[in-house]
Ligand binder design. Structure first.
Ligand code: SOE
Length: 393
């Protein structure tokens, strides 16, 4: 039920696989826990196959379906288009939606190339001049412990940041018999572990420190170059069928980086870290303190206060479940903890709030473009056998 005093925002979601389901959950849940200035309505879900999209819409709570995303962009009852398709379609859909005057939320990475991301960022800037807003979905920024980490750095509790150690470790294709999926095809995904999960830690390192990556030296590797074709799609890699397909993206990306404030950083993104399921690890060392985060223990932030007397100093585990922590007050009584899906809900809350205030939400498409430039510099460096490669400003 829409609160009587609240204008509505009709949402059209394109795509209903893993990310589509996560975004649906966020749109459904946000108004039940947060006092939103606009009431989101789950107006329409789009997917190419009518039977599948109809089933998904019923399961995920959408009022209607379309089998062509262009219809979503044209509909008068849609005010915001949420893009949850593979990367090869982001630019076309997002630019069409912005030009039609719809606000846009687009999954990460923003695009499959710098050229596409530039077109998107230009369209976003033109649209913003008309009050039409856009945001790229670097969801993990909205984990409360990450918000707290950024706050501690901004308050100077770490002093001068010297080191960032960032890893995103998964293992869902460590088994060579795991089948092909669109995430393993360059045409559809742009890159492999680099863009899919490396993009998240690039964003997090920059978000938490407030510093931009200015240059990189990188290696990329594809360990398994052929995989069974899928018999059926699953939420990530599906069920193996007949025949083999070519893996055309990286399985792992490792790189060193320099940050604009003088810090040195290392990055690792892989889907071959057996036993590591969704380990986003970030450690920051400064002149006055350090902090450490691991998404596999996502309600905890470790903090070392280097100003404490040495005899008592030590990493402390801050359980990030208190109303004083970012986003937490809206949820459960203190101490009860959040999970993977809450970041998506916080993303929707921040986006809707910015739209209502007529402000540009963050991260903008321009921020998505900057991450794309880092990913591109990583690929160029790796192709040139780790030659140091500046990231264009
Ligand atoms: C697969 O590696 C994936 O679903 C990513 O695409 C998401 O961005 C990440 O949140 C979880 O893992």
């Amino acid at each position: 039920m829409t609160p009587p005093d609240r204008p509505t925002l009709g949402v059209g979601l394109i795509g209903h696989a893993f990310m589509g389901a996560a975004h649906s959950q966020a749109w459904r849940t946000a108004p039940h826990f947060f006092d939103l200035p606009l009431h989101p309505e789950l107006t329409v879900l789009a997917g190419r196959d009518r039977d599948r999209v109809t089933e998904a819409a019923a399961r995920l709570g959408w009022a209607s379906v379309e089998t062509d995303w262009r219809r979503v962009v044209e509909r008068d009852d849609v005010g915001l288009v949420d893009v949850c398709t593979p990367g090869d379609t982001h630019a076309e859909i997002a630019v069409a939606a912005l030009e039609a005057g719809k606000h846009v939320l687009c999954e990460k990475p923003l695009a499959n190339s710098v050229a596409e991301a530039e077109v998107m960022a230009e369209a976003a800037a033109r649209a913003a001049a008309r009050g039409v807003r856009s945001m790229v979905g670097f969801t993990y920024r909205r984990v409360p412990a990450i918000g707290l980490a950024r706050r501690l750095v901004a308050e100077g509790r770490l002093g001068q940041v010297r080191h960032v150690r960032a890893q995103y470790l998964q293992d869902w294709i460590a088994d060579p018999s795991a089948p092909m999926s669109w995430r393993l095809e360059k045409d559809k995904a742009g890159s492999g572990a680099l863009g899919d999960i490396g993009a998240h830690v690039v964003d997090l390192a920059q978000y938490v420190t407030g510093q931009a990556i200015t240059g990189v030296s990188a290696v990329l590797e594809t360990f398994v170059r052929q995989r069974p074709l899928p018999a059926s799609a699953g939420s990530l890699s599906g069920v193996a069928g007949e025949g083999m397909g070519e893996v055309t993206v990286d399985d792992a990306a490792l790189f060193l980086g320099r940050l604009s404030g003088g810090a040195l950083a290392s990055f690792e993104a892989t889907r071959f870290a057996l036993g590591r399921k969704n380990a986003i690890r970030l450690e920051v060392n400064g002149s006055e303190g350090s902090l450490a985060f691991d998404f596999e223990d996502m309600n905890v932030l470790e903090f070392f206060d280097g100003t404490e007397p040495a005899e008592r100093a030590g990493f402390r585990r801050i359980i990030v479940t208190e109303p004083e922590h970012p986003y937490v007050a809206a949820w459960w009584p203190a101490g009860h903890g959040l999970g993977y899906e809450h970041g998506f809900t916080h993303q929707v809350v921040d986006l809707v709030t910015a739209i209502a205030k007529d402000e540009d939400p963050a991260p903008s498409f321009a921020a998505g473009l900057q991450v794309q430039r880092v990913l591109d510099a990583v690929e160029r460096s790796a192709a040139n056998r780790s030659t140091w490669t500046d990231v264009p400003a």
